[in-house]
Design a protein around this ligand. Structure first.
Ligand code: HEC
Length: 261
C-alpha cells in the first residue's frame, strides 16, 4: 500500500496553517474578481472591448476621453474627472469643463481653441495642481499647447513603463501563489494526473496572461481574448488547487495500520 499523502498525515499547527492558507486563497480569489470589477470594468466585469482599449487603445477614443470618462470608478488611479474643478462627475462645473475639453479634442484640437481650454489644464484647482513642473506629474506637464497635443490623438494604449512595472509585480505574485498552491496539491491525496494538471494550469495561465498583455498592446485584437483566457486559467488552477488542499486538511486523519500517528 502506498504511504498516505503528506497533507493527510499533518497534525496540529502545520495542518491548521495549510488549511487556513487554502481557505484564505479561496477567499482572496472572489475579492480579486470584485477588484477587477470595480477598477477595470466600472461596475461590471471588464468586457473584451475594455480589455482591448486598456492595453491597445481605441481608434475612436483619445487618452483624454479615457481619463475623463465619468463612469470611471472614483478610486481608479487614472480617474481625472475628479480634478475638473467640481469634484463629483455630475457637478455642473465638472460637466462644463469636461464638455469644453472633449469638444475641443473632437474638433481636432485646433490651436485657436487652446486659450479657451488652457485655464482648465493649467489651473491650480484643476489639472495644473499636479501636471506642472514641480507637481506630482511634472513628467506630464500641461503648460503649453504642444505638451497637451499628443493626448488629443486617438489610439494609444497603455504606456510601456507602467505595463512593465505591472507585469513585473504580477509575474512575481502569480509565481509565488502558483508555487505554494502547487506544492500543497503535490502533497495532497488527489490523483497524480490531477496534480500535474493543476500545477501546469496555474503556471501556464500566469504566463499566457502576462505575455498576452504585451501582445495585445502591440497587435491589438484578437490577443485581448488571450488576456482573459490566461486570467481565467490561472484563477481556475489556483481555485481548484486550494479546494483540493482544503478538503484534505478537513478530512479526518487517516489512521491506516502501519502508518504511525
Ligand atoms: C492630484 C494630482 C492630479 C491632478 C489634479 C490631475 N492629475 Fe492627471 N494624473 C495624476 C496621476 C498620479 C496620474 C497617473 C495615474 C495612473 O497611475 O494611472 C495621472 C495621469 C494622467 C494622464 C495619463 C493617463 C494615462 O493612462 O496615460 C492624463 C492624460 C491625465 N492625468 C490628465 C489629467 C487631466 C486632464 C487633469 C485635469 C482635469 C488631471 N490629469 C489632473 C495626477 C493628477
Amino acid at each position: 500500500m502506498p504511504p498516505s499523502p503528506v497533507l493527510r498525515r499533518l497534525t496540529g499547527p502545520p495542518r491548521l496553517c495549510v488549511g487556513l492558507f487554502a481557505g484564505s486563497v479561496l477567499g482572496f480569489l472572489p475579492l480579486a474578481q470584485v477588484n477587477l470589477w470595480v477598477q477595470a470594468g466600472g461596475g461590471s466585469l471588464p468586457t473584451a472591448a475594455q480589455v482591448l482599449e486598456r492595453y491597445h487603445g481605441s481608434p475612436e477614443r483619445t487618452v483624454l476621453h479615457r481619463v475623463l470618462d465619468p463612469d470611471l470608478a472614483p478610486d481608479d488611479p487614472s480617474n481625472m474627472v475628479q480634478f475638473l474643478g467640481g469634484g463629483a462627475p455630475t457637478d455642473p462645473v465638472t460637466v462644463a469643463n469636461r464638455g469644453a475639453i472633449l469638444g475641443w479634442v473632437e474638433a481636432g484640437a485646433p490651436r485657436e481653441g487652446w486659450p479657451a481650454v488652457a485655464p482648465i489644464f493649467t489651473g491650480v484647482e484643476t489639472c495644473g495642481a499636479c501636471h506642472t513642473p514641480g507637481g506630482e506629474r511634472s513628467d506630464l506637464p500641461f503648460e503649453t499647447y504642444e505638451q497637451v497635443l499628443p493626448l488629443t490623438v486617438p489610439g494609444g494604449g497603455m504606456a510601456l513603463a507602467p505595463l512593465l512595472i505591472s507585469a513585473h509585480n504580477h509575474l512575481f505574485g502569480f509565481s509565488v501563489l502558483a508555487l505554494l498552491v502547487g506544492l500543497g496539491v503535490a502533497m495532497s491525496s488527489a490523483p497524480r494526473r490531477l496534480q500535474y494538471a493543476l500545477v501546469a494550469l496555474s503556471f501556464l495561465g500566469a504566463v499566457v496572461d502576462i505575455a498576452a498583455w504585451f501582445l495585445t498592446r502591440a497587435h491589438g485584437s484578437p490577443f485581448h481574448y488571450l488576456v482573459m483566457a490566461g486570467g481565467g486559467l490561472f484563477g481556475s488552477g489556483i481555485a481548484a488547487g486550494a479546494a483540493v488542499i482544503l478538503l484534505d486538511t478537513l478530512r479526518t486523519r487517516h489512521r491506516a495500520a502501519g502508518n504511525p500517528a
